[in-house]
Each structure stands twice: as structure tokens, then as C-alpha cells.
Design a protein around this ligand. Structure first.
Ligand SMILES: [Zn+2]
Length: 478
């Protein structure tokens, strides 16, 4: 009898006891020994490639994603239809400059990292028009032929305003050249300090009569790869075309513009905005055993920019979520709440997928107790940003998390795709996955964000980290 009682007590405690060091070991063993995320990310990157919202590749990705997730036998896999904006780049896309004072050429495709001197001076004659690495920013209008104008370089909002007020930007193409503050430890903070010039810079310059903008790429790295990203027009201002230029190009143009007051650049862009197109969020679920109507959603965005393969941004986040769901199923974890992996469509230039997801959840009275987002790349996991109300609960697991190098717990857990869930679930706990940030902006939104830039072990460690955080949420919330 005493033996039986002890047995029942043990059984009753087993759910709590699951989240111990042996449980963590199981999750990480499965991820490192039998991880699937890397192979599936490779398929996505190499058979589909980039996935700009509304593009044929994005639709191909949705079909691939549903099939792939279905092959793992989760309780349910389904699509949520959503209309998305459709902006399309054109093959007509070039930036050239000409100068009576300088004649320079790009040294070669491969830039030496250590000096950032991508260009060499050539004899002045014959002078050439030089094509330089640049790409349209997402959302930009086209140029309708060539747009040629003098170039003015500015380094700050204050300088933009003072030159604008002095009418120095009228009729000019403006280089918005504020670099990442390199002293910031977290590169996302550096991005946050500069990205406004990419998103809103064109309209700010247009207000002072500029006819086009070139935006310094949002990157710590000095190289010849241009990084695109969304730009948004202020409807009150004249719409002017906008391109991103590689950081090394921004340095060069800045230098030349100061030495040659007659430096001119020509932009030619055929990009355009087409009517909205049908697309979908992709969802996979494991039903909860105790509270099937309460949902823990976790995922990343399935769309990407059209440069590279969207490997880190955000193929990695989508694979983290899929793999976390798979890991927990593989080790036989019975979730109390419904675990829902979501690949949101259109984070990059519209957030339609996330908004539609939240509105469907609101209409069907779905209760979300928590949501986690991974949109910082597939690098070595460090920890999580967590809503302050939930911080004390997570801190109970601090030593377990520290043992796997994922114990950096910060206050604040929002994310673009999970934010809208709060509208109908104000108490949902939001968590952001935080990997190492040092290399993310080397590849972000550029042609270098390809599968080869993702490390298998780093990706699988990230998925395991997401899985253990989901279990903490599942255990600690009711
Ligand atoms: Zn992203």
C-alpha cells in the first residue's frame, strides 16, 4: 500500500519533474543527433529560393511547406489564406556615376574585408560611366527611364534638415549615409539606430526637393553587397525612387561627392507595385492534452526579400519552429496546451499574414496564452527576451538554461509577427528568441543570405532552445 501510494505520488509529479536536466539533455540530444531543420532549410533554399510576398516562389514555398510539415505526422497541418501586397523588382536596375575628376573601377567581385578599399583609381581618360552595386528598395517606384542628377551625401537627420533648409538638396539625388554605430554590442540596436533612413528617408529628402535617394546598406560589414529592405512613402510628399548601395560604395560616393562638386549619378529602375496577390500562412499543430483550446504559437516569417535565399531571414526562424514541434513529438513530450508552429507570410513588406492570423484568432475566440517569435537568424542561441510578467517564472530555469548557453534572459518579448496577437489576447506572454547578433547584418536582405551562410549545429541548437522555452511556457502557464 505504501509502495502504491509512493508510485502514485511519483506519477502525479511526473509532469513537473519532466522539465529537469535529463529532459533538457533529451531535447538537445535529439536536436544535435537527429536534427531535421538544416536539411529542410536546405530544401527550401535550394528548391524554392527567395520568397518575396506575392511572387511565384512564395506560392511554391507555401505548397512545399504544407507538404513537408504533413510528412512529419503532426496532429494537423493547414493553410490560412491571406491577400498580400506585391512589389516586383525588374531586370532594369542600375546605378552609374560619372565624374570629370575621378575615374575609378571596382577592383573585383571579392572585396578584401580588412581595408574596405573596393575601388582603384584609373587614368582619367577615357572616362567611363561606372556601374556600381545597388538594388532598389522594396516599395520604391520606378524611374521611368534614366534619372540623372548631382549627388549630395548626408550623414544624419540634422544634416539632412540643415542642407534641405539651405535648398542644397533641390533637384539632387541624396545619399543617406549614416553608418551603423559600431560601438553597440548588439547589432540590432545599431540597425534600430539607422533603419529609419531606409524606411522613411526618401520622403524626408523629397520634402526638400530631392529627386531620388541612395541609402547606405544596413550592415556592419564593409563590402560590395547591397542590402534591400522596405521603404515607405509619406503620401503627402512627392514619391521619389530609392536604392540601397553597398557600404563600400557609400564610402566611395561620399568621398567623391566631397572632392567633386559636379559628381552626378544615374538611377534606372523598372520596379513596380502590382495588385495584391493571394498567399497563405502555413500552420502545424500538436493538440494539448489538458487545455486543447489554449494555444502557444511560435514561428517566424515565411516570406523573404528577393535577394539571396532568405536563409537566415527568416527561413531559419521557420525551421526553428518546425523543429521545436518535431523535437517535442520525437521525445514523447505531451503538451498541456496546444502547440502551434506558424510560418507567417509577408512580414517584410506588409505584415498581412500576422494581422490575418490575429484577426482569425479573434473571430474564432481562440485563446492564446503565449507566442514566441524567431526572426534574428539561425546563429548560436543566447537566450530570450521575455515579457516582464513572466520573467520570474523563466528565472526558475536559469541554471538549466545557462548549462546550454541560452540563459541570457532580457526583459521585453515582442516581435512583428506576434505583436498583433495581443489585440484580442492582451495577457498572452510574448517571447523573442535571441541568438548571437554579430553576423546577422552581414547577410540580412542581401544576396549573401543563402543556405551556405547557416551553420548546422548553430541552427539545431537554436531549435532546441526554442523547444525548451515552449516547454517552460507550457508548464508555467494555465
Ligand atoms: Zn525577418
Amino acid at each position: 500500500m505504501r509502495f502504491l501510494l509512493a508510485f502514485f505520488l511519483l506519477a502525479a509529479n511526473s509532469v513537473q519533474a519532466q522539465v529537469d536536466s535529463a529532459f533538457y539533455r533529451k531535447v538537445f540530444n535529439e536536436a544535435l543527433g537527429n536534427g531535421q531543420a538544416y536539411a529542410r532549410l536546405g530544401e527550401l533554399c535550394k528548391t524554392v529560393g527567395s520568397r518575396l510576398s506575392g511572387s511565384p516562389q512564395a506560392e511554391k514555398a507555401v505548397v512545399w511547406g504544407k507538404q513537408m510539415l504533413s510528412s512529419y505526422g503532426f496532429d494537423s497541418v493547414y493553410l490560412q489564406a491571406v491577400m498580400v501586397p506585391r512589389w516586383e523588382r525588374s531586370k532594369t536596375e542600375s546605378l552609374t556615376f560619372s565624374s570629370a575628376v575621378f575615374n575609378v573601377a571596382i577592383k573585383g567581385e571579392k572585396l578584401q574585408d580588412y581595408n574596405c578599399e573596393a575601388f582603384e583609381e584609373l587614368p582619367l581618360k577615357p572616362a567611363k560611366k561606372h556601374k556600381i552595386p545597388a538594388v532598389a528598395l522594396g516599395g520604391s517606384i520606378g524611374t521611368n527611364g534614366k534619372l540623372t542628377a548631382g549627388l549630395v551625401s548626408v550623414h544624419s537627420d540634422a544634416q539632412l534638415d540643415s542642407m534641405g533648409r539651405a535648398s542644397a538638396l533641390k533637384g539632387k539625388i541624396v545619399l543617406l549615409n549614416r553608418p551603423f554605430p559600431e560601438s553597440y554590442l548588439n547589432t540590432f540596436k545599431a540597425y534600430g539606430a539607422c533603419v529609419v533612413q531606409r524606411v522613411n528617408g526618401a520622403s524626408k529628402a523629397a520634402a526638400y526637393g530631392a529627386v531620388g535617394v541612395l541609402v547606405r546598406s544596413m550592415s556592419n560589414r564593409c563590402d560590395l553587397h547591397a542590402h534591400t529592405g522596405v521603404m515607405i512613402y509619406d503620401e503627402k510628399q512627392q514619391k521619389i525612387p530609392a536604392m540601397a548601395v553597398a557600404t563600400a560604395v557609400a564610402n566611395l560616393l561620399d568621398k567623391l561627392s566631397h572632392q567633386d562638386p559636379n559628381l552626378s549619378v544615374s538611377m534606372e529602375l523598372g520596379c513596380q507595385t502590382l495588385p495584391d496577390a493571394p498567399s497563405a500562412n502555413v500552420v502545424a499543430e500538436t493538440r494539448g492534452s489538458k487545455y486543447p483550446g489554449s494555444i502557444i504559437a511560435f514561428g517566424g516569417h515565411f516570406d523573404s526579400w528577393d535577394q539571396g535565399e532568405g536563409a537566415h531571414d527568416d527561413g531559419a526562424g521557420c525551421m526553428h519552429a518546425f523543429e521545436a514541434l518535431r523535437l517535442l513529438k520525437a521525445i514523447g513530450y505531451q503538451p498541456r496546451h496546444t502547440l502551434r508552429c506558424v510560418w507567417w507570410m509577408n512580414e517584410e513588406n506588409g505584415l498581412r499574414g500576422a494581422n490575418e492570423y490575429a484577426s482569425i484568432a479573434a473571430k474564432s475566440n481562440e485563446k492564446h496564452i503565449a507566442a514566441l517569435e524567431s526572426d534574428r537568424g539561425g546563429f548560436t542561441p543566447r537566450g530570450f527576451g521575455v515579457d516582464s510578467v513572466f520573467l520570474p517564472k523563466v528565472m526558475k530555469y536559469k541554471s538549466l538554461l545557462d548549462a546550454y548557453g541560452i540563459g541570457e534572459i532580457e526583459k521585453g518579448g515582442g516581435g512583428a509577427d506576434i505583436g498583433p496577437i495581443r489585440k484580442s489576447n492582451p495577457n498572452a506572454v510574448l517571447v523573442g528568441f535571441i541568438p548571437d547578433s554579430q553576423r546577422y547584418f552581414d547577410v540580412h536582405h542581401s544576396e549573401t543570405d543563402v543556405f551556405e551562410s547557416v551553420n548546422k549545429r548553430e541552427l539545431h541548437l537554436g531549435a532546441a532552445a526554442v523547444a525548451v522555452m515552449i516547454v517552460i511556457l507550457d508548464q508555467e502557464l494555465d
